[in-house]
Design a protein around this ligand. Structure first.
Ligand SMILES: NC(=O)c1ccc[n+]([C@@H]2O[C@H](COP(=O)([O-])OP(=O)(O)OC[C@H]3O[C@@H](n4cnc5c(N)ncnc54)[C@H](OP(=O)(O)O)[C@@H]3O)[C@@H](O)[C@H]2O)c1
Ligand SMILES: *[C@@H]1O[C@H](CO)[C@@H](O)[C@H](O)[C@H]1NC(C)=O
Length: 372
């Protein structure tokens, strides 16, 4: 049996779902000769780890207890059981992790939403560990940090950073490594904005659609986090860098769906929802009418073309894959030498704990050959 040690960073919606998937796939993995040995878990405050990382693991009952405790909003610190686990807090936790990485190859899984994990994961991968990311932030900081992280590209997987479990990055990597030139990628990479743009097309006011999306739990607690386009831009940057473009967040043109005067540091969320939002209705309505008179629809997309990446509203043909999009699916169209007239289209749910964690688990399994 091949034993793969796992250290998990982040135990929120995705991290906990990953632990559930790992436990429920025990038989499936055993039939493939693999055992995933979870030996340490981080949250924002602590690092809970087995006393001897080279041989011990958290058993499945303990893992499910951890999920329960974390979903009750408690800290990992409360899970310490003498002889079975110990807890470290920063900066000792980082030192502990690096010491471990120098002695043992494990898979470090970043399911946090933090920009602070980049140092630790870069060190771990350069000490011989593998890294799997659902967290986009380590891939969207400076080009220099990106290069340092990718010194050992074969040890890194990050499928869930764009389109959750959808095989977007795997597909791009296959196209790139076969020498097929990609001319253009255009994608609706936000479930929230996909939903909003298809609903306003039916004539509903923008403000009401955003509020409905918020009530359905489709948006971040402050919908402006989605409407700013920042999250789409991060995904666009990851795709552009995969194509070899050396660019930063500040080289991306991002269209925010609300003006500067309604930014969170200028206007409260309450004021935005009660007064600000409806001031945006007319403009969107005009734009939809104009697009419609051209036989087109509006989509909020990321476009990568001619070494540039733009994020914002575009007019697109009704009958294209993006034009036909309804609801909260993600859709990506890839145009290349092989997919010239008709693009390669990847479509499906692009968010959710379940599919995101499934993408992370598939990445972990994909790295199995690097372990003996
Ligand atoms: N949910 C989705 O649909 C989806 C889709 C694609 C990608 N993602 C990405 O997946 C990641 C996780 O998402 P989520 O929804 O699970 O987020 P979440 O519920 O907010 O969980 C984040 C977890 O990270 C922990 N954390 C914060 N700072 C940390 C640090 N410095 N080191 C280690 N752990 C830290 C938090 O600790 P506490 O428990 O102490 O707060 C929490 O357990 C995010 O980067 C997100 O962008 C999510
Ligand atoms: C993801 O998990 C979090 C935490 O358990 C939960 O609040 C959220 O509703 C879940 N999201 C989805 C789409 O299931």
């Amino acid at each position: 049996m091949k034993n793969i040690p796992i250290i998990l960073m982040g135990c929120g919606g995705v991290g906990r779902q990953l632990l559930h998937h790992i436990v429920s796939c025990r038989t499936l993995h055993a039939n493939k000769g693999i055992h995933l040995r979870v030996a340490g878990i981080f949250d924002s405050k602590s690092f809970l780890v087995v006393p001897d990382v080279s041989s011990m693991e958290f058993n499945d009952t303990f893992l499910m207890n951890i999920c329960q405790i974390k979903s009750n909003g408690l800290s990992l610190q409360t899970c310490v059981e003498s002889g079975k686990s110990e807890a470290f807090s920063s900066p000792e936790s980082t030192k502990k992790l690096t010491d471990m990485a120098a002695r043992l190859a494990f898979t470090l899984v970043d399911c946090s939403a933090s920009s602070e994990t980049i140092g630790a994961i870069t060190q771990a991968v350069n000490l011989g560990c593998c890294v799997v990311l659902a967290n986009k932030k380590p891939l969207t900081s400076s080009m220099e940090e990106f290069d340092n992280l990718f010194l050992q590209p074969r040890r890194i997987r990050h499928e869930s950073t764009v389109g959750a479990g959808l095989p977007i990055i795997a597909s791009l990597n296959r196209i790139v490594s076969s020498g097929d030139t990609i001319y253009r990628i255009i994608g609706s990479l936000s479930g929230t904005l996909g939903y909003v743009m298809s609903e306003v097309e039916d004539g509903k006011p923008f403000s009401e659609v955003v509020k409905a999306a918020q009530a359905l739990g489709y948006t971040e607690p402050d919908p402006r986090d989605d409407l700013s386009g920042m999250d789409v831009a991060r995904k666009g940057l990851i795709l552009a860098r995969l194509l070899g473009h050396r660019m930063d967040m500040n080289s991306i043109k991002i269209e925010s769906l609300y003006p500067d005067k309604m930014r969170p540091n200028t206007m409260s969320l309450k004021d935005f929802l009660a007064n600000g939002l409806q001031l945006l209705d007319n403009d969107i309505e005009e734009r939809i009418k104009k697009a419609s008179s051209n036989g087109n629809v509006l989509r909020y997309v990321c476009v990568i073309e001619n070494s540039r990446c733009n994020v914002g509203i575009q007019e697109l043909p009704k009958e294209s894959a993006l034009g036909r999009l309804r609801g909260s699916d993600n859709v990506v169209e890839i145009y290349s030498r092989c997919y010239k007239e008709q693009p390669l289209v990847i479509q499906g749910a692009g968010a959710g704990n379940d599919t995101t964690a499934a993408g992370v688990l598939a990445d972990i399994l994909d790295l199995q050959d690097l372990f003996t």
